[in-house]
Design a protein around this ligand. Structure first.
Ligand code: BG6
Length: 474
């Protein structure tokens, strides 16, 4: 009973939030590098800004991240000490193809990840690689308009071929696009999109989504051709939408809101556009830019497993009076009166985690992989850098227990669990450092001050024994 013997325990990060070294090793500029912390951040993430020139008085946290580009050996050693079986990380596209449209890759970038993967294997850690985690070379955005342009499919295909061939034998678990449904909520981050005045933004988002979905199927095809051992997953920002009341209209709205997100996974896992989406697009006059071969490609190259992030459930209502939204969220949600929330207003709902897992497994009947979960909180270290983060342990204990119920009591087939931001890193939503998720504290603040020194938090030893007991001892 309990988790499988070869359950993949570990942690997750993304290149743009931890690597830094944005102009080193031949790396080209990417969308994530031009997003500052502060009030100008959200308009850029939402695709409302067209001028990406750096401003002197702005701080761009992704440019240095937590300097993992130079410190990955030290960080991976700490992951090894915790007993990680897997480490989820992402490739910075512009390290491999600095502009994105070159025919030859940048050897220095390829060598960097090769060395990093070898370092993981020294500790028996299997890399789990996200090919694209909210990053896109700036050149592809300025020159081609990001994922709205079909040419991005070819550039991404080139990237995938290079990665699968170069890292054959070093990497067998791949995710095509992080939180693919983020296109709808933060299109610059999700697909390198920004909009001209008067454009039909929704139509462009779905056009970009089609290109990413085709690219994802193509990646799956190539991954399997290059190495039959490769396993490819999709990745959803998950979290069920509850109806605020049992009013039928509220229920129907929750169903529709869930479908907005499932749409992507329906295509990636079932291999075709779902009828509800086709009908809605027809009603709205949105044309999907299918070209010959797309339908077969989507059908024949579905994903092997379903990965997802889960932080919170969401709540929807049709009543305009019930409109108190939770704060600090890219995903809008009404406050659920039955739930506590984090310091950033993210509602804490471990049972919602179990429900979400059940909904995904019922719908797709493919192995699931939890690739993000955790609590973003303010940590106060003592003079030695030690943080007694009981609140984080408490959050994780409850969520891992709910996950165990989903496996033991509901029979969900689960491959692994990688907690988000296993080492403190830059927040994707707000750009802050003070929103910390890690077992490892990093001495750096929102303005970029600090020594970058790493130190273990209380949760470090706690998670170590969770892994050692395969989730028995929480
Ligand atoms: C997910 C992303 O949306 O949530 C991560 O895949 C992100 O990149 C994580 O960091 C937590 O969000 P935030 O805004 O707290 O960093």
């Amino acid at each position: 009973m309990g988790f499988k013997k070869d359950f993949l325990w570990g942690g997750a990060t993304a290149a743009n939030q931890c690597e830094g070294g944005y102009n080193e090793g031949g790396r080209g500029l990417a969308n994530v590098d031009v997003v500052p912390i502060g009030k100008d951040r959200f308009p850029i993430l939402l695709g409302e800004v067209k001028n990406f020139d750096f401003k002197e008085d702005h701080f761009y946290p992704a440019q240095e991240g937590i300097d993992m580009y130079h410190r990955y050996k030290e960080d991976i050693a700490l992951f090894g000490e915790m007993g990680f079986k897997t480490y989820r990380l992402s490739i910075a596209w512009s390290r491999i193809f600095p502009k994105g449209d070159e025919s030859e890759p940048n050897e220095e970038g390829l060598a960097f990840y090769e060395d990093l993967f070898k370092e993981c294997h020294k500790y028996g850690i299997e890399p789990l690689v996200t090919i694209t985690h909210f990053d896109c070379p700036m050149h592809l955005i300025k020159e081609y308009g990001g994922w709205r342009n079909r040419k991005l499919v070819t550039f991404y295909e080139n990237l995938c071929r290079v990665l699968f061939n170069r890292y054959k034998g070093l990497v067998t678990h791949w995710l095509t696009f992080n939180e693919i449904n983020m296109i709808l909520h933060a299109p610059f981050m999700g697909a390198g999109l920004y909009f001209e005045e008067g454009e039909n933004q929704e139509a462009i988002k779905y056009q970009a989504a089609h290109h990413e979905l085709v690219a994802s199927a193509l990646a799956t095809k190539i991954a399997h051709e290059v190495d039959p051992n490769n396993k490819v997953g999709c990745m959803l920002a998950a979290g069920l939408n509850y109806p605020y009341t049992c009013k039928p209209e509220d229920y129907f709205k929750s169903l529709e809101t869930d479908r907005e997100n499932y749409f992507f996974i329906d295509v990636q896992s079932r291999g075709a556009y779902p009828t509800y989406a086709l009908k809605e697009m027809e009603r709205k006059g949105i044309e999907i830019p299918f070209i010959e071969g797309d339908t077969d490609l989507l059908k024949e190259h579905t994903v092997d497993f379903i990965s997802f992030s889960y932080y919170s459930s969401r709540t929807v209502s049709t009543d305009p009076e019930v409109n108190k939204q939770t704060e600090g969220n890219i995903f809008a949600s009404i406050e659920n009166p039955y739930l506590e929330a984090s310091e950033w207003g993210w509602q804490i709902d471990p049972l919602g985690f179990r429900s979400t897992m059940n909904a995904l497994y019922d719908r797709y009947q493919k192995p699931l992989f939890v690739v993000e979960n955790g609590l973003g909180a303010i940590d106060t270290p003592d003079e030695n850098g030690y943080v007694s983060d009981e609140y984080r342990i408490d959050y994780m204990r409850q969520h891992i227990a709910a996950m165990r119920d989903a496996v033991e009591l509901d029979g969900v087939d689960l491959m692994g669990y990688t907690s988000w931001g296993c080492i403190d890193l830059v927040s994707a939503g707000t750009g802050e450092m003070k929103k910390r998720y890690g077992f490892i504290y990093v001495d750096r603040d929102n303005e970029g001050n600090g020594t970058l020194k790493r130190s273990k938090k209380k949760s470090f030893d706690w998670y170590k024994q969770v892994i050692a007991t395969n989730g028995e001892n929480l």
